[in-house]
Design a protein around this ligand. Structure first.
Ligand code: WTA
Length: 705
């Protein structure tokens, strides 16, 4: 495991901060070569691909990506930097994302499955949706949306589970130039409502119910809360369109609101067999919004373009995931997150893939389920997150051996993966036959940033690899000095150059876009030269002598819970909705399965009795405001928060306590006594703290403000 040796320094405020450069001691892992059989069939076999995408060829190298798309009108400018750092790619061109994902495959692949939907209940048969059937259904939904008066540029919020109707609805929006904003189905109604408000959507599309862990969940209830929340924030929703999990049957208990709620299946009857031409849209048009957490409480809507985004996910699906039209590809992520948008829907479909869509949880009804699905459907490319790998390994370490499936390629994404988990993935899941790509990237970046090109580069457990073709990472220290590779020092990983997959801006918040991702390392805010604008990813990283990057985690007070980014401020605001709570602080805690989980510390208002009922209400508040994924592992009611003399809560001290570490020197705090009280409450009366150094994201926690 990674160990960090950190030196602490005092700032003027007498608070402790870790030094910008943290030495990272790490046992170098062995390299694994890709099997010859994989190399022989790979889409990308050019050993010089990274040199071909060197900065000297930038930005024209990305023409090759644009060439993978079908255009209605050609573009004239590869990259326009005139509004730096708001980059415009493939300017002047016209195209349609839905056309590229569906229509253009009809001639050759009409009868091939685009999606294979696997319902969670194992007795329900899987459903193959051919490209022709997908075309028919997308067109009908597009006709319906147009019939409702929706126009290019309008936003529509989707709050849908993992069912084919989700990509069908997304593609129908894309066909018309409507900007879809899918909110992860597991988010609460309130979380959905605040995203409706931010995006200014007047239409919400949802589903009555879906299966999760053996329960048919009443999902329509969330729609009512979402509409109410949006209304309170000042955004009216005119229509709620409700898909039915079992068409013709309403599987929720929540009543439909007359004049506002409509069943999609009923409305679609009027559009049966209708076709809608795919609208020729400008390259820089917007395809979708994807909300993500940041340092402040307000989620940010990453706004992705049509041409740049689609070109980027198409090319990386082809070269990195190695998708061929003949493959059966399964990504277990949820379409409600960026991984699902890029690598279940847009990238794979643009490559005429057969993409498996599984409704439920991987361990339902047991840890053999994914391997049964893989065997039955002949899945040969598999894509998942470390949290699922850890869970499947814990619950069924021998299960994969019982099933006769063969993966040629596997991907991991979303969190750092421990070398030990990596090796199980390789040996047991991949049966030593499959290459692994560890793909590091973000919602904001559209597609992969750090990864091996699987037929070319050896794999190294725990490291994502070099930059993807055309992605040129650099690690800067706090002062903007480059941290050299092989130095064993960590710093802030940035990308030197723009690339087509990068978001265009944050929806409605240009300033926040510049501030969050560029301000720290930009020296001239007026520069129109892309070289002046390295993109700051928000992760700590270290680069080995061989050039491979190891990602250490978020440095912006975002907690990565099972691969999901949760903002500290969002969780703390949720806690503060309980009227008795005066102050709240959340910290990340290491967890064997989920990577990190949140723990909450609260102080109650004077005169309030600190009892279990408050703890329960704080937990409930998090589930209601954000969703079940934000459920804190513990809620501790403390007499006071550890604070600096200027009144800032020392979250880092709380993080040390929660992670069973020594709190270090706290004598400069305003209230050092309270630290020992809290420590004893959490760790027990006797000192049990280990001396092992904390991982970088936790060590640096609480410093982003
Ligand atoms: C983390 C998910 C290590 C990282 C695509 C990043 C990773 C955040 C990896 C983005 C990886 C993602 N190795 N860490 N392979 N992939 N991360 O926006 O901290 O949900 O900043 O996008 O996940 O999470 P997001």
């Amino acid at each position: 495991m990674a160990k960090t040796a950190k030196k602490t320094v005092r700032t003027k405020e007498h608070t402790e901060v870790t030094e910008a450069q943290i030495a990272v001691h790490w046992k170098e892992e062995d390299l694994y070569q890709p099997p010859e059989s994989f190399k022989a069939q790979a889409n990308m076999r050019d050993k010089h691909i990274l040199e071909k995408f060197a900065l000297a060829s930038f930005p024209d190298c990305f023409k090759e990506y644009a060439d993978m798309l079908s255009w209605f009108e050609p573009y004239h400018t590869v990259l326009d930097t005139s509004d730096a750092p708001f980059w415009k790619w493939f300017v002047g061109g016209k195209l349609n994302a839905c056309y590229n994902c569906v229509d253009r495959h009809l001639e050759k692949y009409r009868n091939k499955a685009a999606f294979i939907f696997v319902p969670e209940p194992e007795h329900e048969p899987h459903v193959a949706i051919t490209y022709q059937a997908l075309h028919n259904r997308v067109n009908e939904v597009a006709a319906l949306l147009r019939g409702l008066g929706l126009e290019p540029g309008d936003r529509v919020t989707l709050h849908m589970p993992m069912v084919p109707e989700l990509p069908i609805t997304m593609l129908a929006c894309a066909r018309l130039g409507i900007i879809h904003s899918q909110v992860f189905g597991g988010f609460s109604g309130q979380a959905c409502g605040s995203r409706i408000h931010d995006s200014g959507s007047r239409v919400l599309i949802t589903m009555d119910s879906y299966w999760r862990n053996g329960t048919l969940i009443d999902h329509k209830a969330n729609a009512d809360i979402a509409v109410q929340t949006a209304k309170e924030l000042g955004q009216d929703v005119d229509k709620v369109l409700v898909w039915q999990r079992y068409p013709g049957t309403y599987s929720a208990h929540t009543p439909m609101v007359s004049g506002r709620d409509f069943f999609m299946n009923d409305l679609l009857k009027d559009y049966h067999g209708q076709k809608v031409e795919a609208v020729a849209l400008p390259s820089e048009g917007q395809l979708f919004l994807m909300y993500s957490s940041g340092t402040t409480g307000k989620p940010k809507g990453a706004q992705h373009s049509i041409a740049g985004y689609l070109a980027y996910v198409t090319a990386t699906s082809k070269w990195i995931l190695d998708i061929h039209p003949e493959d059966t590809y399964w990504c277990m992520a949820d379409i409600g997150w960026i991984t699902g948008h890029s690598y279940i829907v847009y990238g794979p479909l643009a490559n005429a893939a057969t993409s498996v869509l599984y409704e439920g949880v991987p361990t339902f009804p047991d840890a053999g389920r994914p391997w049964r699905i893989a065997e039955r459907l002949g899945v040969n490319i598999f894509h998942t997150a470390p949290t699922a790998i850890r869970m499947l390994r814990k619950l069924g370490p021998e299960e994969p051996r019982k099933y006769n499936y063969h993966f040629k390629s596997m991907t991991t994404v979303g969190e750092p993966i421990e070398p030990e988990a990596w090796r199980w993935y390789h040996e047991v899941v991949g049966k030593r036959e499959a290459v692994i790509t560890d793909t590091w990237w973000l919602t904001e970046t559209g597609g992969f940033l750090g990864t091996t090109v699987p037929a070319i580069h050896p794999m190294k457990p725990g490291s994502c690899g070099p930059g993807a073709p055309g992605i040129h990472p650099v690690i800067y220290d706090e002062t903007g000095k480059e941290v050299p590779k092989g130095s064993g020092k960590a710093g802030n990983i940035c990308i030197r150059n723009p690339w087509p997959g990068l978001m265009q801006t944050l929806w409605g918040d240009r300033d926040r876009y510049v501030k969050t991702y560029f301000a720290k390392y930009n020296k001239n805010p007026h520069s129109k030269d892309w070289r002046a604008w390295p993109f700051m990813c928000g992760d700590g990283a270290v680069q080995a002598a061989d050039g491979y990057y190891r990602i250490l985690g978020r440095i912006d007070d975002v907690i990565n819970v099972a691969g999901h980014r949760l903002g500290t401020k969002e969780i703390e605001s949720a806690c503060l909705t309980v009227p008795e709570v005066a102050e709240a602080a959340v910290v990340p805690v290491q967890d064997e399965l989920k990577g990190r989980v949140p723990e909450v510390y609260i102080a109650v208002k004077p005169g309030v009795r600190a009892g279990q009922d408050i703890v329960e209400r704080v937990i409930k508040a998090n589930e209601e405001v954000i969703g079940k994924i934000a459920r804190p592992r513990h809620v501790y009611i403390v007499p006071d928060m550890p604070k600096t003399r200027s009144g800032k809560i020392m979250r880092r001290v709380l993080a040390a306590i929660s992670n069973r570490r020594d709190v270090g020197d706290v004598t400069t705090l305003a209230n050092p006594d309270v630290v020992e009280q809290i420590r004893a409450m959490v760790q027990g009366k006797d000192r049990v703290a280990t001396r092992e150094e904390l991982p970088e994201d936790i060590a640096k926690f609480g410093q982003a403000e």
